[in-house]
Design a protein around this ligand. Structure first.
Ligand SMILES: [Zn+2]
Length: 304
């Protein structure tokens, strides 16, 4: 098919720099073969000085001297293309890292054990209480809560992870706690389906019906992110016609959107957390990487 000269002339700067696909190159060449006008245009692009000189019947001395080539527009274009390439690479890397982090979080999420007699043994010596775990346990959390009168209760939970199971890892070190007059160890069964905390060492009175509840902060953060998202979405509709405002609102909107996506990647639809720091770190990490990817994605779409 014969291409119109205007189209070919638009492509020539890229063609001259070898920055077109083989298909485009073949189209340009096909057209050049029988179009003297575009051939001239191409040689003008390739040798702007030579053509300018030959156009002058009597070249002056100044024209003969090597003058700086007028390649500024092309340089700009190259820079733009390079920037686009870098953005695409960063976008892909951020997405891949976010996915890897989400998978890692899933694999290393604690799976808690319900209490059973085989799960752990408690022994006490004169100045220490030692908890030894079954081989199936690969980790534990122990949180100390000290009452004003000085009595210490240790809330203990035992867990393993999907990764540990997959790698056939087993066992964890013993836990040694200082033995005081009122030391108490309470085993928490974090959402394993078994109800309540079980006192495995120390005073058993006033321990009935204690349940360690999951922290709900994550679900509040999620609600906050959803509200922010909706507000910004409304703002976006209101300011849709103002180009620069629209862009900034869109960039802001991506923040709660990334957080929501991060939460879904790490916690699914659950807002519970028995280990806030861990969950929040993973969510923040995934959300940040996703935000980076979305920002670059937005920019790439905008420049197209
Ligand atoms: Zn032509």
């Amino acid at each position: 098919m014969n291409q119109p000269c205007d189209l070919i002339k638009d492509l020539l700067p890229l063609y001259a720099e070898d920055m077109v696909s083989p298909y485009t190159a073949s189209l340009v060449e096909e057209h050049l073969a029988h179009c003297p006008g575009c051939q001239k245009e191409l040689s003008l692009i390739k040798h702007p000085m030579a053509v300018a000189a030959s156009r002058d019947a009597a070249p002056s001395r100044r024209a003969a001297a090597p003058a700086p080539k007028d390649t500024a527009p092309l340089g700009k274009l190259k820079k733009k293309l390079l920037l686009k390439k870098i953005q695409a690479i960063v976008l892909t890397a951020a997405l891949a890292l976010a996915a890897a982090l989400a998978v890692f979080s899933y694999l290393t999420a604690p799976i808690y054990f319900p209490y059973s007699e085989d799960l752990l043994t408690v022994t006490s010596t004169e100045d220490a209480v030692t908890v030894a775990f079954d081989e199936s346990v690969t980790g534990y959390f122990c949180e100390e809560v000290r009452e004003p009168e000085g009595a210490a209760t240790y809330f203990l939970s035992a867990w393993t992870t999907r990764l540990d199971r997959f790698l056939d890892r087993s066992g964890t070190g013993d836990l040694a706690l200082p033995k005081e007059a009122a030391t108490r160890i309470s085993f928490t069964q974090n959402g394993t389906g078994s109800e309540g905390d079980i006192v495995i060492y120390g005073d058993q009175s006033n321990s009935f019906g204690t349940v360690t509840l999951p922290r709900l902060a994550l679900s509040y953060y999620m609600q906050l992110a959803c509200i922010l998202f909706l507000l910004l979405a409304v703002a976006l509709l209101i300011f849709w016609r103002r180009r620069s405002a629209r862009l900034w609102i869109l960039r802001l909107l991506l923040l709660p959107a990334s957080y929501i996506l991060g939460h879904l990647c790490v916690k699914g639809f659950s807002g519970y957390s028995y280990h806030m720091t861990r969950d929040l770190c993973f969510i923040a990490g995934v959300a940040l990487l996703l935000y980076l990817a979305l920002l670059f994605g937005l920019d790439l779409l905008r420049r197209r």
